[in-house]
Design a protein around this ligand. Structure first.
Ligand code: FMN
Ligand code: COI
Length: 369
C-alpha cells in the first residue's frame, strides 16, 4: 500500500537540510560538496553577502493576484530559480541527475547539467514532462573534438543553452580533495568524458582545460551551435562589457560556489556592477550562496533575472533523492513567495532596488536609490 509521504518536521529550512545531508554522506563526499578553494573566504562571503541588505517592505498592496512566475529559456517557470550544474550527483544518491531532473520538472524550474554528470545528457532531459527547460554546462577542455561532441549531443537532445564555465582555465585549490585523496568511486562513470583510471580530480589528465581560450574563442563557440551561449563565471563590469561585445546570449554572475579563486568577490557584491554595465542588453543571472527564499528576492532586486543553486540541491538529493530535491525547492519557493508578498510585490517585475537597504560603514542601512 502506498502511504502518503509524511514530511520530516525536523527540516524547516535549507540549513536543516544541510545538517540532515551531512549525516548521509561520507567525509570525502561531504567535504567535496560543501567546501571550496583554500580558506573558504569566498564560499562563506557568498552566503554572508545577503545579510548586508535589509528589506524596505511596502504595505497595503492587494496580493490577490500575486504571481511568482517568470519566463526563462522560453518556459513559464514557477519562480526565478534554477539548478546550477554540479558534478557527480551519483555521489549523493544512486538516482543522481535523474532524480534532480525529475524534481526540477515536477516543480517547473530549469536545470543545468554538468560536464561531469554521472548520467548521459539525453537520459537526464528525458525525465522532463515538458514543464521546464535545460542547459548543459561545458568545462572547456583542450580537446575541441570533445567540447564539440558534448555541445552537439546536448543540442540534439533538446538542451536550450550551453553554459560555458569560464572561471576554470585551471582547477582551484580545494584542500579537502588533497587531504582526502578524493576519487570517483569505481561504480560511477562520467559518460561525457573518455574513460580513465586516474585520480578523478587532482591529477586526472582528462581535466586539461583550455588555458589559451580568449574572447575570440568565445565567438567561435557562438558560431558552432544553435543553442544559446551563456558565460558562467563573470564577476566584473569590464568582462560583462566584453561578453556583450562577443555576442553571447546571457551572463551568469558566478564564482563557482567559492571553489576557484578564493578571495574573489561574493556574487551578490559583484552583481550590481555587472547589471549596470550590461544595461539590459542581455539577461544577467547569478548563482552562489543562496540558502533562503529571501536571498532569491535580494538578487532579483539587485537586477538578476533568474538565480541558480548548487549545494542546496545536493543536500536534498543526499537526504532523500528526488523527494529531497523537491523538499529543497519547496522550502525556497515558500520562503520566496512569502518574502515577495511581505514586500508588497505582486509580480517578479515589481521587485526593484527600492525594496532593499544596504549596510554602510557607519553601521546604518540606507535605501539603494
Ligand atoms: C560539488 C560541486 C560541484 C560543482 N561542479 C560544477 C561543474 O561541474 N561545473 C560548473 O560549472 N560548476 C560546478 N559547480 C559550481 C556550481 O555550478 C555553482 O556555481 C555553485 O555551486 C553555486 O554556489 P552554491 O553551491 O552556493 O549555490 C559545482 C559546485 C559544487 C558545490
Ligand atoms: C569535477 C570538477 C572539476 C567539477 C567542478 O567544477 C567542481 O568540483 O567545482
Amino acid at each position: 500500500m502506498n502511504r502518503p509521504h509524511k514530511r520530516d518536521t525536523s527540516i524547516a529550512c535549507i540549513k536543516d537540510l544541510e545538517v540532515a545531508a551531512a549525516h548521509k554522506l561520507n567525509k570525502n563526499v561531504r567535504e567535496y560538496y560543501n567546501q571550496g578553494a583554500m580558506d573558504l573566504i569566498t564560499l562563506h562571503d557568498n552566503v554572508a553577502a545577503y545579510d548586508r541588505y535589509r528589506f524596505r517592505p511596502r504595505v497595503l498592496k492587494s496580493l490577490a493576484n500575486l504571481s511568482t512566475s517568470t519566463i526563462c529559456f522560453g518556459k513559464d517557470v514557477t519562480f526565478p530559480l534554477g539548478i546550477s550544474p554540479t558534478a557527480m550527483q551519483g555521489l549523493a544518491h544512486p538516482d543522481g541527475e535523474l532524480a534532480t531532473s525529475r524534481a526540477a520538472s515536477a516543480f517547473g524550474i530549469n536545470m543545468c547539467l554538468s560536464t561531469y554528470s554521472n548520467t548521459p545528457a539525453d537520459q537526464v532531459i528525458a525525465q522532463s514532462s515538458g514543464t521546464n527547460a535545460y542547459a548543459h554546462q561545458l568545462s572547456i577542455m583542450k580537446d575541441y573534438a570533445l567540447n564539440m561532441a558534448i555541445i552537439h549531443r546536448a543540442e540534439e537532445a533538446g538542451y536550450k543553452a550551453i553554459f560555458l564555465t569560464i572561471d576554470c582555465p585551471y582547477l582551484g585549490r580545494r584542500l579537502n580533495e588533497t587531504y582526502n585523496d578524493f576519487e570517483l568511486p569505481p561504480h560511477l562513470s562520467l559518460p561525457n568524458l573518455p574513460p580513465s583510471d586516474g585520480n578523478m580530480l587532482v591529477r586526472d589528465s582528462r581535466i586539461e582545460y583550455d588555458d589559451h581560450l580568449d574572447w575570440e574563442g568565445i565567438k567561435r563557440f557562438r558560431e558552432s551551435t544553435s543553442c544559446e551561449i551563456w558565460l558562467k563565471g563573470i564577476l566584473t563590469a569590464e568582462d560583462a562589457l566584453l561578453a556583450v561585445e562577443a555576442g553571447v546570449d546571457g551572463i551568469i554572475v558566478s564564482n563557482h560556489g567559492g571553489r576557484q579563486l578564493d578571495g574573489a568577490l561574493s556574487t551578490l557584491d559583484a552583481l550590481p556592477e555587472v547589471v549596470e554595465a550590461v544595461n539590459g542588453r542581455i539577461p544577467v543571472h547569478l548563482d552562489g550562496g543562496i540558502r533562503r527564499g529571501s536571498d532569491i528576492f535580494k538578487a532579483i532586486a539587485l537586477g538578476a533575472k533568474y538565480v541558480w543553486i548548487g549545494r542546496p540541491v545536493l543536500w536534498g538529493l543526499a537526504y532523500n533523492g528526488q523527494a529531497g530535491v523537491e523538499l529543497a525547492l519547496q522550502l525556497l519557493y515558500d520562503e520566496f513567495r512569502l518574502c515577495q508578498a511581505l514586500c508588497g510585490c505582486t509580480s517578479i517585475e515589481e521587485i526593484s532596488p527600492r525594496h532593499l537597504a544596504r549596510l554602510h560603514t557607519d553601521g546604518r542601512y540606507r535605501p539603494l536609490s
